[in-house]
Design a protein. Structure first.
Lengths: 796, 291
């Protein structure tokens, strides 16, 4: 709280803002006056006291943390998720400017579709000399298996992104085409939500074009690609993701949830004959539209990189047979080659008869003599990169190439590199205000703009994803190098309608059938149920141990507890056992694979528990302190279970989760009972067993006697009405397993149901005295064996 | 010369596999003026659930097939009758110094275009040792065809044929460091050397006559599928073949199956088998002249 209590006019974030001389600034015009479309936000900012503004920004950051938006940064040997580099001040553009950008990019999208169709079709651009053959042939993204393949539905490109930047004269330039699997649309949405949290009071009246309409139109486009039959059959389009280890996985899960698409990995898919199928718990189900976020090289080990373990063997065969539309087509990555920027202006003139409305950055490929001569003449003012680079040369990044600074050496180097080299103009990018230490400072910016093909043609997202450089020079704009991300506001003159992704109320109402659950998702839900339940179980054990530590430092009961903790991978002596982290980490890992299947609140509850445990682990002391902490953790994880139980749709996913929970609870209860209700167990073990099952009150009410082996086994193993009893868990498993099998094995009882019912019956007819320690261990093993039956039946 | 070719490829799995897809390239290709396929078929056991016969980008006969259910192996049987001619003498080769300019003038992405064969490919990566070697065994004033012969003969002289030293996954650089390998290694090394000098080079898979004509030695590689090299010697010279394992220009003892940038483009069988056990493969070839 070092900021002054009453800010002077001269210390507002806005008043000291000074653009760099000779550099175009988005907010301040060349006359030194603020551009009118920034005035509203700046007035709002000026009116905020520093503490209030800091709290506003913290609200946006909190939203991103709660939503689990993170950015995976790659180090040399490790990768770690770090907080999303959020820059709260949006880049504001007037809708008239935006219209020009949208028209220019739409024209460019059509041009790229034409080039793509030619490169994988007749090859006229090469034959007529508009493109050099060797440049295309040497591209690792020009996919030979796609040559001659007509895309299902007639188009190769359906979702594109363009990197644009503004030069000193105010013109926008295209810096790069993103055609393979452009990311960032989901992050743009999240940035928007976070930014509206920061400027909550102002946003509603700011006349900012909303983003939802764009996503609705794209979703309609995907539905049209599916065709009426597939759409009516309830088959969802899918997002094909490389999986949780990829840096944009969060976005894939987020978009899948937002747009109602299935989130699929290569292993979720299989090709039968030439049809693409999803492996689901109800058997293979056809799918014919995939929004591909996996680079083509990994997509099919039979036709592309043989070493890929994240692809689908036969995907290319399905494409060739016209059975599936990929958004975008395999092989579209060739259009990202920066060297193409040298040829696209000429191709536009040859095919459209005029220059592109929105030019791309001047580029030369040094494999042709005229271009080489030009580059040698201008070398001092150019930036260099490899011919197959996909990033613009002057923004550096991993692909940048440093030319020798000595003029003669540089010239020799250029000639020697020849066809391996491109040269590009350096553009001094425009700057935009960003907050730094409470003040606004100008920083270079590029904007990623998204286009989607819809039944009504290309739609341009009215907004985007702005990257803001950390330093005043623009060379470090890659996210990996510490730039930050901001929202883009397109400001309207008129009031804007509020939009959501939901269909208008006048549309006919259909209760869509949920698509069949992919086997991998079912498996993760099952394990999530098991690991969350096990975490609760070991937390209770650890709490019981530490609670007794202060009273009974060395007794036999404590030793028995320590031994039991050890069986579940926990070292009793540690106040914050490592094994507990491992169990919770398994739960979080399972959850992170199915982020699209439960709510943001559920995820927040789970990651909150993880954070709290890590925070407390350093300071926790054995005994009462640790016991109290375990109680806190138990309440937090109960929060997660409660959210899931209250909110999760009662479909197959919920059933797998519930089976996992019941199976783990049943097996663990039987195991604990076998140990603590054993006739030779130490004094106090029966009370402990009741405590571990959270059934102290129930026992008191039901039996009104001191616990005996008979009463404890009756309540915790045999009582069908006690939600903590082993019997109850088996009834749960049997019910859910019957529901899952309902759609599949109508005539015949599944092996899983039969086994669950057999063990359930055994408990139903048993007397407490028949439930010996050995019998309880048998029951435990029978329950654990159900896991394998489930795996065999559904999870292959 | 007319040949009957029989090939049997067998893979047995230690435990049954569930489902699987394969791509097979076994059928000799038709090449006008050089090779004619009179008749041929590929049998697959067990009977696959779906099969498609097609031609790939480079013109190779390709078969896709898949299994849905459990199976404990796959066997492929090729029978083909092929009429093979010696190649016509090539046109004059281009001097090495002018080859780059002729490649730059190529305005086609068709399968015969040399532009596909200039860049390193996954199994024929150029390393410094091979590039140095290639420079040492050639001179800058050679034609592209001279370069092909010089590199091929040098490799045949300096490398030892050994079926034990390498396997199908050994990188070319390792085989070159050991100076040992089989036809696949000889060919990948020669391809990398030629590309390092700017000569477009392709990988050819095929068969060799099993028993030599009377009075001639038996060629290395005749008991399995064979591989050799095809190089582009310029606009006039076109493509020429060279077999570095036997240091000769393939003529009527060689029958071509498929061509590509390296083994990865022409592998006789590809397929992800969802198995946990070990695969056991066997491979038997017979190529005899028809009287």
């Amino acid at each position: 709280m070092s900021a002054p209590a009453t800010p002077q006019a001269s210390t507002t974030p806005v008043s000291n803002y000074r653009p760099f001389p000779g550099v175009m600034d988005e907010m301040i015009g060349p006359d030194g006056e603020m551009r009118p479309h920034w005035a509203g936000l700046m007035a709002h900012l000026t009116g905020r006291e520093p503490e209030a503004l800091a709290a506003d920004v913290a609200r946006g950051e909190q939203y991103l943390r709660d939503a689990g938006v993170f950015f995976r940064a790659y180090g040399r040997n490790e990768q770690a998720a770090r907080d999303w580099p959020f820059s709260p001040v949006p880049v504001i553009l007037h809708e008239d400017d935006w219209q020009e950008i949208a028209k220019g990019l739409t024209e460019r999208a059509d041009l790229l579709e034409m080039v793509m169709a030619d490169l994988y079709g007749p090859g006229r651009l090469v034959a007529e000399g508009h493109l050099p053959a060797s440049l295309i042939a040497e591209s690792p993204e020009w996919m030979r298996p796609m040559v001659g393949v007509a895309p299902r539905g007639g188009h190769f490109l359906h979702f594109l992104a363009f990197e644009i930047g503004r030069g000193p004269d105010g013109r926008w330039w295209v810096l790069g085409d993103r055609t393979q699997a452009p990311s960032g649309a989901g992050f743009a949405l999240e940035n928007r939500v976070a930014t509206t949290r920061v400027f909550a009071d102002y946003y509603a009246r700011a006349r900012v074009h909303r983003l939802a309409g764009f996503f609705r139109a794209f979703r309609d486009g995907l539905a049209a690609l599916q065709g009426p039959a597939a759409h009516a059959a309830g088959s969802a389009a899918g997002i094909l993701t490389p999986g949780p280890m990829t840096d944009t996985y969060y976005e894939h899960a987020y978009i899948a949830r937002y747009m109602g698409l299935s989130l699929l990995e290569g292993g979720d898919l299989t090709v039968e004959d030439e049809a693409l199928m999803v492996r689901t718990v109800a058997g293979p189900r056809p799918i014919n539209v995939l929004w591909r976020r996996l680079d083509a090289g990994w997509a099919d080990p039979l036709e592309f990189d043989e070493s890929s373990h994240i692809g689908t063997p036969g995907l290319m065969a399905a494409v060739r047979a016209g059975q599936v539309t990929l958004v975008n087509a395999l092989g579209a990555g060739v259009l990202e080659t920066q060297a193409l920027l040298a040829f696209l202006p000429g191709i536009a003139r040859a095919t459209l008869g005029r220059d592109l409305r929105l030019p791309n950055i001047a580029t030369w490929w040094c494999g042709q003599s005229r271009a080489l001569a030009e580059v040698r003449r201008q070398a001092a003012r150019l930036a260099f990169g490899p011919a197959q680079a996909t990033q613009v040369a002057f923004l550096g990044g991993a692909e940048g190439m440093q030319a020798p600074s000595d003029a003669a050496a540089r010239d020799a180097w250029i000639v020697a590199q020849g066809p391996k080299l491109i040269a590009q103009e350096r553009v001094t990018l425009s700057t935009t205000p960003t907050l730094s230490g409470g003040a606004l400072v100008p920083r270079p910016v590029t904007i990623r703009v998204f286009l989607a093909r819809t039944p009504n043609g290309w739609q341009v997202m009215p907004g985007g994803f702005a990257r803001i450089a950390e330093r005043a020079d623009a060379t470090a704009l890659a996210m990996q190098q510490g730039s930050s991300a901001a929202d883009v506001w397109v400001l309207s003159e008129a009031a804007v309608p509020t939009e959501t992704l939901l269909a208008p109320q006048s549309a006919p109402f259909v209760r869509a059938e949920a698509p069949a659950l992919p086997s991998r998702a079912a498996e993760n839900l099952f394990w999530l149920g098991r690991y969350v339940e096990r975490t609760q179980g070991v937390l209770r054990l650890a709490r019981a141990y530490h609670g007794r530590l202060s009273e009974d430092g060395t007794g036999p009961l404590l030793a028995a507890l320590a031994e039991m903790l050890d069986r579940y991978g926990l070292t009793a002596a540690e106040p914050m056992p490592e094994g507990l982290f491992a169990t919770l980490a398994s739960a979080v890992a399972a959850a992170s694979q199915i982020r699209d299947r439960f709510s943001v609140d559920g995820w927040a509850a789970l990651s909150d528990l993880d954070r709290t445990m890590k925070r407390l682990s350093a300071t926790l002391r054995p005994g009462d302190d640790a016991a109290a902490a375990m109680g806190v953790f138990l309440r937090k994880i109960a929060g997660f279970s409660g959210l899931v139980h209250e909110n999760m749709y009662r479909g197959h996913g919920w059933q797998f989760l519930s089976i996992g929970r019941a199976l783990e609870r049943g097996a663990m209860s039987a195991d604990l009972l076998a140990a603590f209700a054993d006739p030779d167990a130490p004094t106090g073990a029966l009370d402990l067993a009741i405590e571990l099952a959270d059934s102290v009150m129930t026992h008191r009410q039901r039996y009104a006697v001191m616990p005996s082996r008979g009463s404890v086994v009756d309540l915790l193993a045999l009582d069908p009405e006690n939600p903590r009893s082993v019997h109850f868990q088996l009834a749960e498993i049997r019910e859910h397993a019957t529901a899952i099998a309902g759609g599949r094995h109508k005539a015949q009882m599944s092996g899983l149901v039969r086994q669950a019912r057999t063990t359930e019956t055994r408990l139903a007819v048993a007397t407490p005295s028949a439930m010996t320690t050995a019998a309880l261990r048998d029951v435990r093993d029978d329950i654990l064996a159900l896991s394998e039956l489930l795996g065999d039946a559904y999870l292959q | 010369m007319i040949y009957d070719i029989a090939l049997r490829l067998t893979y047995r799995y230690a435990s049954p596999a569930t489902g699987g897809r394969h791509v097979v390239r076994l059928m000799p290709v038709a090449r006008p003026g050089l090779q004619r396929l009179i008749a041929g078929h590929v049998e697959i056991e067990p009977h696959p659930d779906g099969r498609t016969d097609r031609t790939d980008f480079f013109g190779n006969a390709t078969t896709d097939f898949g299994f849905r259910g459990a199976h404990d192996g796959v066997a492929l049987q090729l029978h083909a009758r092929v009429d093979r001619q010696a190649p016509a003498p090539p046109g004059p080769a281009t001097p090495l110094a002018r080859l780059a300019a002729e490649i730059a003038d190529v305005d086609s992405l068709g399968p015969q275009s040399p532009v596909h064969f200039t860049a390193p490919s996954p199994r024929a990566m150029v390393d410094a040792a091979m590039a140095t070697y290639a420079r040492e065994v050639t001179t800058p004033d050679m034609t592209a065809a001279d370069v092909v012969t010089a590199v091929g003969e040098a490799l045949h002289r300096d490398m030892t044929f050994s079926a034990e030293a390498t396997d199908v996954g050994t990188p070319a650089a390792d085989a070159f460091a050991e100076r040992q390998g089989v036809c696949q290694d000889f060919s990948h090394i020669m391809i990398a050397c030629l590309r390092s000098l700017g000569v477009p080079a392709a990988y050819v898979s095929g068969f060799l006559r099993t028993l030599p004509p009377p009075g001639r030695p038996r060629l290395e590689g005749a008991d399995a599928m064979h591989a050799w090299v095809r190089a582009w010697t310029g606009k006039e010279g076109g493509w020429i073949d060279y077999d570095p394992t036997n240091a000769l220009v393939p003529a009527t003892d060689h029958v071509e199956v498929a061509v590509g940038r390296d083994y990865g483009d022409v592998a006789p069988i590809k397929g992800v088998l969802r198995v946990t056990g070990r695969q056991i493969g066997s491979h038997a070839v017979d190529m005899v002249p028809v009287d």
